[in-house]
Design a protein around this ligand. Sequence first.
Ligand SMILES: Nc1ncnc2c1ncn2[C@@H]1O[C@H](COP(=O)(O)OP(=O)(O)OP(=O)(O)O)[C@@H](O)[C@H]1O
Length: 806
Amino acid sequence: MSFLRGSANYVWCTTSVLGKGATGAVFQGVNKHNGETVAVKTFNQLSHMRPQEVQMREFEVLQKVKHENIVKLLAIEEEQEGRGKVIVMELCTGGSLFNLLDDPENNFGLDEDEWVLVLSHLSAGMNHLRDNNLVHRDLKPGNIMKFIKDDGTIVYKLTDFGAARELQDDQQFVSLYGTEEYLHPDMYERAVLRKPVGKTFGATVDLWSIGVTLYHVATGNLPFRPFGGRRNKETMYHITTKKASGVISGVQTSDNGPIQWNKELPSTCLLSAGIKKHITPLLAGLLEVNPEKMWTFDQFFSEVTRILNKKKLHIFYMNKLSELRVYLDKEERLENFQHLLLEQTGVDPAKQLLLFQSNFLTHSVEPVTPGTSYPDTSQNEPIVLFSKENNNITLGIEKEVPSFPALPNLVSVENDATLAKSACAVGYAYRRKIEAYSRCSEVIDKAVKMLVEVISTQLEKLLEISEKCKALTKITESQMSFFNASHLSHLRIIEVFSRNEHESIEDWKKRVDELVRDDLVRFQGYRKQLHDLFPAIEQLNKRYVLEHHLIREWKEVTREINNISPCAIKGKTYVGKLKESWQHLLRDRASRTLTYNDEQFHILEKIKMQETIRILADLLQKECQPVVNQLTEVLADWFKMAQTTFLQTEILHKDITKYEDEIETFSVAVKTSQDRYESLLDEVLTNVKEEQNADFELEKQKMLLLQHITANGNKNPNHDTENHTTNHTNNSNDPGKSKLNENKVQIRRALRSILTTQDEVWGIMNENSRLIEQFGQLAVASSSMDHNSSQILAEIDDTLENYGSH
Ligand SMILES: Nc1ncnc2c1ncn2[C@@H]1O[C@H](COP(=O)(O)OP(=O)(O)OP(=O)(O)O)[C@@H](O)[C@H]1O
């Protein structure tokens, strides 16, 4: 008998079966002309019994659709020997999602990235069908194919349009298609329970099937599971129709037993809490029996688009040593991100210390950066989250690894394959755990180094600021001593030229004294503050920057701890061995009876499996687990020290920047005081001048009177004084006149001296202001560009030198 069959352009071998279904079989074939490998769908007798119109539908639909996520039709040809039409399609070498779920690796569902890919491609393919007014009516994992491109990228594609048909909007159909576990309850009622209800069905039945498919692919299990499976059809119907809104699974674990309803995805599945948050409502919307509440296609497509447009972020939460994921929308900002972290960790946003690539996360993102513009992260390069208020480190509540089943010595061809499959599934769970531990140990090391780096950079900045403050304080101190010195000299000068008892002078003295004293007192306070801060900063710098205490300590405490990175590769190797054994036992099951020799190999395979299981268990329990426990312990101690240092640095940073602001403000305030002082000084000088003028007038009057008496005896005291005055003024030998001239010279000299002192002081003040401004610019420069601290200090020194020479 020949296994080779063919059509005009293709040939296939009936031994190369890709899959079999109700209507026929699909074989791997080849193009006779160019050798291209293809999939050929042939139809069985049963399918030929369908009405011609129905048989033609699959061809028509396939000819109509053209989309990356729908299997491409290559040809429809007549099979030789009049066996009927065949459909030639592109070959999907990755098999169907059903095949993937049958792999023990996916026993608990697909991993998150793969699941999201399925969601994306399934919804894109469905969207194309909707655009063409087509209903598929048989959506299930077996009809979603995995196509692997030449570059290794994966594309999921919809196939099997045997049940599909055109259905205009709002149009209904009555025929029954589909696979019962994935059927909408209304169709299930008619097709499976055979109840003659006069219901018609709309395109939304596909949505229910998508919901069941997505749940299945996410968890490895069907969402609605009556005890006994397909046999228990009434319970199946009961589960799907009686479930409350929001419930996404119902499981009966004993005969006639209660149904366990669940609104959440199981903890065994490989999806993160971050993605579950978004897909659970989606599943609930699809698995909704109430037509009022069930989602529409538009709702489904827009929600899927929303999920797919999110940015995925990997986070490593140090206090619990757990890997997290957060999905961010474009509209979401840092605040939302931190809130999502709060939901998953309980760490208040104010207490979250977020690091990324050896810096604060805020170095890479602004508070207003859109969520989708966050930097790319991965499990190995995550954002690291530390809690600032909690210095405990514990291994988070971990996913339990399931136990390996016992493999009995007795040979049972049927049972052995099943047991081997579940042992292999557990093996994969072990492998994932081993990988997670190995990643954890690597990320811990990276996170420790990140924190050390951040602390060290902070301390260096702290030192830089405090050096700047020191210089600023020194300048202000000089500013203050000049102020004080010039004040004292003013006092002395004023005392010489004024009558001390004069009220306005007394008042002036009081006011300027207060002014100067207040500034001096305030300045003393500042100096003390800096005096307290600076040694603490210097000490921390010495210990953690110069002496690298934190990293040295970490190296010391982890010196004896083994590196478990190679365990991940070993885990992969051993689980591969388990899979090979399972496949061997599966082949044995297919051959049903074993020869004596086959039986011996079968027994050997089980012994081999037991040995592999032991090695895998040891790898996890004896190699990885103790190392992670040890790491947790040493990390807990180390983190207490690192966290204290970090908090100290943070407090000192707050204090020193506050000080910096204050001393800058004070320096400006001193300038204002000096302005005020100047106006007070002007005021008092005017008073002194007036006093001198009054004395001069009095003296002059006295002289005139004396002259008058001398010249005219005791005659008329009201003699022509004007004339006398004129004479008196012109007479250089007059003693009164010379006295007055002397006074004038003295006053002029005194005033000149005051003004010169004043000028000098203001010159210095101006120079100070200029220096302060220069320091301000240096500060700006140091913060805006990545200024080297020693360069800044050199500039400060230069400025100080200039200042000194002044
Ligand atoms: N293009 C393809 N490439 C590789 N394998 C394919 C392809 N198309 C179908 N298959 C395999 O063949 C199986 C049967 O194909 P298909 O679903 O079209 O047949 P069916 O008789 O309509 O099945 P069902 O009874 O499940 O509806 C699929 O489940 C899949 O495993």
